[in-house]
Design a protein around this ligand. Sequence first.
Ligand code: 0O2
Length: 238
Amino acid sequence: MKKNGTNNETNNELNSEVLDREAWNSFMLLYNSAIKEVYTKVEVLNDEFKHVHRYNPIEYVKTRIKTPESIEKKLKRNGYDLTIENMTEYVNDIAGIRIVCSFTSDIYMIADMVGKQNDITVISVKDYIKNPKRSGYKSYHMIVTVPIFLSDRKVDVKVEVQIRTIAMDFWASLEHKIYYKFEGNAPEYISKDLRECSAIVSMLDAKMLSLNEAILEAKNEDDDVKKNNTLTDTRNVV
Ligand code: 0O2
């Protein structure tokens, strides 16, 4: 499992004079720890799955901490003041982990495995694969909490887990760049092209999934033939 694009250790400087630096640093420590916890869980699941099923469902994982500017913007957009309490309460994706897999079926399997972890609590799920956004955005989102054990207390910290295929990730990263370039007001022909590309992504994902199923089926048949041949050979020897 490749770890990709981690910026959780670097991008957490606070420019605002509104918040107390010490409180901000303690706050960030919690979210950085939560990312480490969830990342390790995902890594263990992937290793174990590979060991048992000889198959690696996860291509790569990216983690990120939302920038202070982006946190502030989100709070303002929703009409909240910039306070640590409001960030904790109303910004669900301060800590984010993105799991990128090969096939759509892997997404639901991974979501299930993450949700079944004893110390993870699933707060909410948004299935933008079954119900894509108007933009064409597809991804599976879970807001979970994970306990962080400090020297004197335990804190349940929220983490947004995004699970998607490589094709969905490719689409989303380009769309994200376009969104920022046009500050959310891309010309209609670009938005239309993006929606068309999103439909192509769905077709590609479906095609790749059925191709993979056909490969597995052919391999199983091949293994059966080899097994039968070995049995026949053994009988002949006896
Ligand atoms: P950034 O820059 O990635 O941090 P909620 O968290 O439930 O209060 P929100 O934020 O609307 O409300 O939740 P949602 O829809 O689950 O979106 C969370 C994140 O998903 C976004 O964070 C994006 O990273 C990603 N996302 C959602 N919609 C789109 C989309 O249409 N295109 C792309 N490329 N990504 C999307 P931020 O804070 O918007 O952005």
